[in-house]
Design a protein around this ligand. Structure first.
Ligand SMILES: Nc1ncnc2c1ncn2[C@@H]1O[C@H](COP(=O)(O)OP(=O)(O)OP(=O)(O)O)[C@@H](O)[C@H]1O
Length: 228
């Protein structure tokens, strides 16, 4: 490949996924094609049940059972064994879950430190990075608070910091503001997007909220198992 050619951070080619429900087969993804370019923030829109979470699980290399091809940073997920997939996930991907996935017994700082320790970063560096991110999100006065001592919007900002902690090339987020009221969702999304932009990462963000999707660089719609 020409060195000057820019490669997508993720390439999906003919991605398929079916489930059996009560003896009936449903084809949720029927041949999804998508490229996400470096630095691009893509909204994945679709009504409830259209397969947004299923698609994010595929890109996150969290589950098997998919047909087609997934390339992360040019590396084929299918051609990688379980260890190589774990490395791909660790080196390239970050996940922003809804805030109820935060570890309840650890404070905000530690929730952001832990994934970095798992990735092999020294504790001191991990703490500095956690403080930098939480400060950028306006939580410098909440570093020592546990999730139960934080508001929903504050907890979701901790979840954002955790997802970005290891400087992923691609951030995957499933309804990252889905649990928040409209005004808080707007503020948290704004901070999330500006942090992703500032770090030069890409993001694929599932939502059924057209208004929030319009704030991203590109909108793709999942309809009847394909992207339009
Ligand atoms: N593990 C599973 N077993 C059986 N069916 C599943 C499984 N996971 C998802 N499905 C089905 O696949 C379809 C798509 O689900 P998915 O959660 O991906 O949709 P979604 O667009 O993320 O919906 P929502 O916006 O409500 O979260 C649904 O009909 C769902 O019931």
């Amino acid at each position: 490949m020409n060195d000057r050619q820019i490669r997508p951070v993720v390439e999906l080619r003919g991605l398929t996924r079916s489930f059996e429900q009560g003896g009936v087969r449903i084809d949720v993804l029927r041949g999804v094609n998508l490229d996400v370019m470096p630095g691009e923030i893509v909204a994945l829109l679709g009504p409830s049940g259209s397969g947004k979470s299923t698609l994010l699980q595929a890109v996150g290399l969290l589950e098997g059972g998919f047909g087609g091809e997934i390339l992360i940073g040019g590396h084929s997920a299918e051609k990688s064994d379980a260890n190589a997939r774990t490395t791909l996930r660790r080196d390239h991907l970050g996940f922003v879950y809804q805030f109820h996935h935060l570890l309840p017994d650890f404070d905000a700082r530690e929730n952001v430190v832990l994934p970095q320790l798992v990735a092999g970063k020294p504790r001191k560096d991990a703490e500095l990075r956690a403080e930098e991110l939480l400060t950028a999100l306006g939580l410098e006065h909440r570093l020592d608070h546990r999730p139960s001592q934080l508001s929903g919007g504050e907890q979701q900002r901790v979840a954002v910091a955790r997802g970005l902690a290891n400087r992923p090339d691609l951030v995957l987020a499933d309804e990252p503001t889905g649990n928040l009221d409209e005004a808080t969702a707007d503020r948290v999304l704004e901070q999330f997007l500006s942090l992703v932009r500032g770090e030069g990462s890409s993001a694929l963000i599932a939502t059924h909220n057209e208004r929030l999707a319009a704030r991203m660089d590109r909108v793709v719609r999942l309809h009847e198992g394909v992207l339009e």
